[in-house]
Design a protein. Structure first.
Length: 251
């Protein structure tokens, strides 16, 4: 049975002090969320070690939002997977659309980063999703399929057990415009079919596929009720512990 996960992506928000307070509130409320729902918070790099301390002993796992595409060395300003592990992370988000859009993250680079993350023992939340123009041109299935093929087809069925996919339509991120449950479900089902074609039905059925894009307490229940939606990657609503926990309680 695949795992259900609700993950919060704090993006470039909060001071360390605010992040620690937010993590405390999430950790305190985590015990009241359904046992079968895993919780993850993806904090900024600077916050990771402090937030890790706060999360100790709770079921909430820690994630980074990105990692370097090299193991170590002369790459000024970058943060390696080894550093993330030493800060207490067990996950990293990779390929978020904001990174693809603003920082030139390519599928090729994501293959390298995913490999480094897995080798370091991190789980990977790989984001995929079409932008508005691609959706309007009816290319959404094609775009998402090629992102999945370009990155994940380089890995083995065994490695897939450490990878979570997050479908995040770019036009729904931070816009208040959520994909309808039907729109999300048809892409999630498509992703699972593409994975089944490459890795077999069992791996596809075991892969957690999250929805992200203006997910909030008021729409999470309907989204999570879909057969192929296994939880959410939450941006804005993850900055309020109550909202984040309420989303986790939508199962
Ligand atoms: P949002 O962001 O929930 O604020 O739309 C989701 C994400 O980008 O992960």
């Amino acid at each position: 049975m695949r795992k259900k996960i609700v993950a919060g992506n704090w993006k470039m928000n909060t001071s360390i002090q605010e992040g620690v307070e937010l993590a405390k509130a999430v950790a305190a409320g985590a015990a009241g969320t359904p046992e079968n729902v895993g919780l993850i918070v993806a904090a900024p790099f600077t916050h990771l070690a402090s937030v890790a301390e706060v999360l100790k002993g709770s079921k909430v796992e820690l994630s980074a939002q990105n990692c370097a595409d090299h193991e170590k060395g002369a790459y000024t300003g970058e943060v390696s997977v080894g550093m993330l592990v030493s800060a207490g992370c067990s996950w990293t988000i990779l390929g978020h659309s904001e990174r693809r859009q603003y920082y030139g993250e390519t599928d090729e680079k994501l293959v390298v980063k995913t490999r480094l993350a897995l080798e370091a023992g991190l789980g990977v939340i790989l984001c995929v999703g079409e932008n508005l123009e691609q959706r309007e041109e009816g290319k959404h299935f094609e775009v998402v399929t090629s992102q999945i093929e370009n990155v994940l087809f380089n890995f083995t069925a065994e490695e897939m057990s450490k990878i979570v996919v997050a479908y995040e339509p770019v036009w729904a991120i931070g816009t208040g415009k959520t994909a309808s449950a039907e729109q999300a479900e048809e892409i999630h089902a498509c992703i699972r079919k593409v994975l089944a074609g490459k890795f077999g039905e069992e791996v596809a059925q075991d892969t957690t596929i999250l929805y992200g894009g203006s997910c909030k307490p008021s729409n999470a229940k309907e989204l999570f009720a879909q057969e192929d939606i296994d939880g959410g990657l939450i941006g804005g609503a993850a900055l309020k512990a109550d909202d984040f926990l309420a989303i986790a309680c939508s199962y």
